[in-house]
Design a protein around this ligand. Structure first.
Ligand code: NAD
Ligand code: UFG
Length: 345
């Protein structure tokens, strides 16, 4: 019996594959590599010493995906596959709706057909929209401010309907706050395409010399130093959260949403200072205008996950910075080897 991991070559997916293998699960990975490289999976194999099957398949390709269900005895699905760039989703909403929603529909139809009714879905704190009241619990109002966020909200609603139609389903919706950091081996990490949008990959790019300075988007928020506050969570803690959720969905039926965060917020300035302290690198920055669509403060109330999944984030901000830096400095070009970059430029 195997766990099917969609989007397993990506940032959160690869770290979760590693934890699943280390915990003794058999896994089957499906990914079309539209935002990742198979090198991440090669390294999962290298770090764990365990083999697993990988299918380079698009979730929208029903026939190929059905082959995966035919060829393997799948008992549960951890569903990471999706597009996730907020700005791009505003420019290309149809691509996001098609990829994220239709991809999930094809997957769920096959699950239903093959009687695989246990599922973990990667949602996001973005489903809380412009919520300014913190900490954010699962009962906080939901809303979307862009097409990406709307795909998450719509899929959450689809999951609810699927369960209502057939109470044998067991679904955990995991709402991630801000995943950062990398595997402590320094072999796995976040490898964004082009210039990063998110804070931590941007900081590490500045530290490694790829980008001159960090732009801090706004210092007039109602926070301790005026810069935006977020709930950063170590990707290894996040990956462990999936194992806890998997235990839960294997043992029960139902559909439940859980916040995966630390419950503690840090400002942009606090993040820069922590990174500088831990790594000894200076991060030059300049203050600029607010980024459109950003909220001031966002951090979780993670007590439901602790109570019902027995999960709590363990790693602090210093470990997040240290591991992000170890990954970036060991792999300045991400999963592409430096020699390869030099050869092609
Ligand atoms: P990622 O882009 O690194 O991983 C997603 C993977 O899905 C990629 O490997 C990509 O190639 C694959 N994929 C996309 N569309 C596919 C399709 N149609 N068929 C097959 N494979 C496909 O992203 P991540 O950071 O690892 O995020 C994983 C999930 O968690 C996503 O659903 C994302 O929306 C969600 N999430 C991420 C964050 C974050 O900040 N990283 C926060 C909240 C939620
Ligand atoms: N920031 C900067 N400069 C940068 C990048 C970010 O000052 O170059 C600031 C932002 O303004 C914000 C904080 O750093 O205050 C964090 O920004 P990120 O872009 O890293 O993260 P967000 O909270 O804006 O969004 C992320 C994902 C979303 C997801 C959300 C909740 O990009 O997809 O977390 O999970 F929905």
């Amino acid at each position: 019996m195997a766990v099917l991991v969609t989007g397993g070559a990506g940032y959160v997916g690869s770290h979760t594959c590693l934890e699943l293998l280390n915990a003794g699960y058999e896994i089957v990975v499906v990914d079309n590599l539209c935002n990742s490289s198979s090198e991440s999976l090669r390294r999962v194999n290298e770090v764990t010493g365990k083999d697993f099957k990988f299918y380079q398949i698009d979730l929208l390709d029903r026939q190929s995906l059905e082959e995966v269900f035919n060829q393997n005895k799948i008992e549960a699905v951890v569903h990471f596959a999706g597009l996730k760039a907020v700005g791009e989703s505003v420019r290309l909403p149809l691509r996001y709706y098609h990829n994220n929603i239709t991809g999930t529909l094809v997957l769920c139809e096959l699950m239903q057909e093959y009687a695989v009714k246990r599922m973990i879905f990667s949602s996001s704190a973005t489903v809380y929209g412009m919520s300014e009241s913190v900490p954010i619990s699962e009962k906080s109002p939901l809303g979307a401010t862009n097409a990406y966020g709307r795909t998450k909200l719509i899929i959450e609603e689809i999951m609810q309907d699927v369960y209502v139609s057939d109470p044998n389903w067991s679904i955990a919706i995991l709402r991630y706050f801000n995943p950062i950091g990398a595997h402590s081996s320094g072999r796995l990490g976040e490898d964004p395409n082009g210039i990063p949008n998110n804070l931590m990959p941007f900081i590490t790019q500045v530290a490694v010399g790829g980008v001159k300075e960090l732009q801090i988007y706004g210092n007039d928020y109602p926070t301790l130093d005026g810069t935006g506050v977020r709930d950063y969570i170590h990707v290894e803690d996040l990956a462990r959260g999936h194992l806890k959720a998997l235990e839960k969905v294997m043992a029960t039926t139902g559909v439940e949403a859980y916040n995966l965060g630390t419950g503690r917020g840090y400002s942009v300035i606090e993040m820069v200072s922590a990174f500088e302290r831990v790594t000894g690198r200076r991060i030059p920055y300049k203050m600029t205008d607010r980024r459109p669509g950003d909220i001031g403060i966002c951090y979780s109330d993670p007590t439901k996950a602790e109570r019902e999944l027995g999960w709590i984030a363990e790693k602090g901000i210093e470990e997040m910075c240290r591991d992000a830096w170890r990954w970036q400095s060991n792999n300045p070009c991400g999963y592409i080897e430096e020699e390869e970059v030099l050869r092609t430029t």
